[in-house]
Design a protein around this ligand. Structure first.
Ligand SMILES: Nc1nc2c(ncn2[C@@H]2O[C@H](COP(=O)(O)OP(=O)(O)OP(=O)(O)O)[C@@H](O)[C@H]2O)c(=O)[nH]1
Length: 434
C-alpha cells in the first residue's frame, strides 16, 4: 500500500521526533483546539524573544543574565514538547512561571514603573483560564500573585532607565499584554461558540448513521405539521437480529449506514430521515397527498430490497424493510398530533410485519379493512398501552386530524366526556370542540 503523504496531511517531524500536525492533534489538546493553537503561537513568540535577547546581549550596557536566557529558552522548548504530548498543565507552568520570574528581574533592573508588572498579570491570566484542576489553579495563581507583590516591593533598582525609556517600555509592555489577553479572550469566545454548535449538531444527529435524532424528529415534525400536512413513514429492517447474529454487529452497523444512504437518496429534498432507535427509522414527508406518500414508501421499499447490500467481507446480503405510513395535519396542536401520527405509522408497520414483511401498509388502508382483520395482535403492546386517553392537551379541533377516515367516526357520549369521539378500528380517540 502507498505511504500516506505527510505533507498533504500537514504533518512534520520536528523536535525530539515529535510529529507536528497543524491544527491540533487529538486528546486533551483537541478539546481546546483553538486555545491550543494560540498557546502554540505564544510559545513560538516566546522562543523568538529568547533568540532576540541573545542577539541584543552584546548591545546592552549592563550585565545580562545569560544563564537566565539559556534556561528560559530551554524551558520554552520543553513546554512546547510537553504541550504537544498532551501535558498541558506542566507545559503552561513551564511557560508562565519563568515569564513571571523574568518580569521580576526586569523590574529589579529598571525599577517598578517600566510596565514589566503586566507580565505577572498575563501569567496569572493564563493560569486562570487554563484547563487545570481548581486546586492547582488556585495554588499557582495565588503563588504568582504573592510573587508579583514581592516583586513590586523589591529594594531600589540597580539600573534606572531614563524617563523616556520607562515611559516607552511601559506602553510597549502594556500593549503586548493587552493584545495577548484580548486575542485569547476572542479565541475563547469563538471556541465556545464552535463547541456549542458542535454539541447541538451531535444532539440532533445519530452518531452511527448521520440521520436526524429523536430530538430533531420531535422538533422538526412539530414544525412541519404546523406548516402543512405531514406523512410519517415508519421504516423497520426485517429480521435485523438475524443479520447481527449471522454476520456480526459491525456488519449490522454497516447495513444501517448503507440503508440510511439509500433512504436519504430516495427521499425528496423537503423530507427528513430520522433514526428512531435500533433498526427503526422515521421519514417525515410534508404532504397531503396520500397516494403520493404510498408511492414514496414503495420507492423506499424498492431502494432497499431491489439491490443486495455488499458486506465488508464481500458477501452479498438481501435486506428488506417493512413500512407503515400515516398522514395528518396541518395542526396548531402539532406537539400532540405528532406522537399520534407516529403511533399510527408504527401500528401500520407492525401490521406489515405480521402480514409477511417487505411491504408497505398505510394507516388509512387499515381503517378501510373490516375490524376483524385489524385484530388486536397487530398492535404492539406499547401501542395498546398508550392508546391515547382524552386529555385537555388533545382537546383542540386539530386533534380530529389524527383520525384518517373521519366518516368512520362513531360518536361516543360516554365516560370520555362531552364531545369525545371514537374512531372505529383504530383505538384512537379524538376530541371535537362542542
Ligand atoms: N448492529 C446494530 N444492531 C443494533 C443496533 N441497535 C439495535 N440493534 C439490534 O437490532 C436488533 C433488533 O431486533 P428485533 O427488535 O428483534 O427485530 P428484528 O430482528 O429486526 O425482527 P423484526 O423487526 O420482527 O423483523 C437487536 O438484536 C438489537 O441488538 C445498532 O445500532 N447496531
Amino acid at each position: 500500500m502507498a505511504k500516506p503523504d505527510r505533507r498533504r496531511a500537514g504533518e512534520r517531524t520536528g523536535l525530539a521526533g515529535v510529529k507536528w500536525r497543524w491544527p491540533a492533534p487529538g486528546g486533551l489538546a483537541e478539546r481546546h483546539a483553538g486555545l491550543y493553537q494560540l498557546f502554540m503561537w505564544c510559545y513560538i513568540s516566546a522562543l523568538g524573544c529568547h533568540i532576540g535577547y541573545f542577539a541584543l546581549l552584546s548591545m546592552q550596557p549592563y550585565p545580562q543574565p545569560v544563564v537566565a536566557q539559556v534556561v528560559g529558552t530551554l524551558l520554552t522548548v520543553a513546554s512546547i514538547i510537553l504541550h504537544r504530548r498532551g501535558h498541558l498543565q506542566t507545559a503552561l507552568l513551564l511557560l508562565v512561571v519563568p515569564v513571571s520570574l523574568k518580569a521580576s528581574w526586569w523590574e529589579h533592573q529598571f525599577g517598578v514603573g517600566a510596565g514589566f508588572e503586566y507580565y505577572h498579570i498575563l501569567s496569572i491570566f493564563f493560569i486562570c483560564i487554563a484547563p487545570m484542576a481548581r486546586i492547582t489553579r488556585l495554588l499557582t495563581s495565588g503563588g504568582l500573585l504573592i510573587f508579583y507583590l514581592i516583586a513590586q516591593s523589591l529594594p531600589g533598582p540597580v539600573y534606572i532607565g531614563s524617563y523616556e525609556f520607562m515611559a516607552t517600555a511601559s506602553i510597549v509592555n502594556l500593549v503586548i499584554c493587552v493584545t495577548f489577553i484580548g486575542l485569547v479572550a476572542i479565541e475563547m469566545g469563538w471556541e465556545s461558540e464552535r463547541r456549542e454548535k458542535r454539541y447541538l449538531r451531535e444532539l440532533r444527529h445519530d452518531q452511527l448513521t448521520g440521520a436526524l435524532s429523536r430530538l430533531a424528529l420531535r422538533e422538526e415534525g412539530a414544525r412541519m405539521l404546523q406548516e402543512d400536512g405531514l406523512g410519517v413513514l415508519m421504516i423497520d429492517v426485517d429480521h435485523f437480529k438475524t443479520i447481527n447474529d449471522t454476520h456480526g454487529h459491525a456488519s449490522g452497523d454497516d447495513v444501517l449506514v448503507e440503508l440510511t444512504r439509500r433512504l436519504s437518496h430516495h427521499l425528496r429534498g423537503s423530507d427528513l430521515l430520522c433514526r428512531q432507535g435500533g433498526e427503526e427509522f422515521v421519514a417525515l414527508c410534508p404532504s397531503n397527498d396520500r397516494q403520493g406518500l404510498r408511492h414514496a414508501a414503495d420507492r423506499l421499499l424498492q431502494s432497499i430490497n431491489g439491490r443486495a447490500f455488499v458486506l465488508n467481507n464481500g458477501k452479498l446480503l438481501r435486506v428488506t424493510v417493512s413500512i407503515g405510513v400515516a398522514q395528518g395535519g396541518p395542526a396548531t396542536a402539532a406537539e400532540s398530533l405528532l406522537p399520534e401520527l407516529i403511533r399510527r405509522a408504527d401500528q401500520a408497520m407492525y401490521r406489515a410485519k405480521r402480514t409477511g414483511r417487505n411491504r408497505v401498509v398505510t394507516a388509512w388502508d387499515m381503517l378501510d379493512e373490516p375490524r376483524s382483520q385489524t385484530d388486536a395482535a397487530d398492535i404492539p403492546a406499547t401501542a395498546q398501552a398508550t392508546a391515547p386517553m382524552p386529555s385537555p392537551a388533545s382537546s383542540s379541533s386539530e386533534m380530529r386530524l389524527c383520525v384518517e377516515g373521519s366518516q368512520r367516526e362513531t360518536r361516543q357520549q360516554d365516560t370520555h366526556g362531552e364531545g369525545s369521539s371514537h374512531v372505529a378500528g383504530t383505538g384512537c380517540y379524538g376530541y371535537k370542540r362542542p
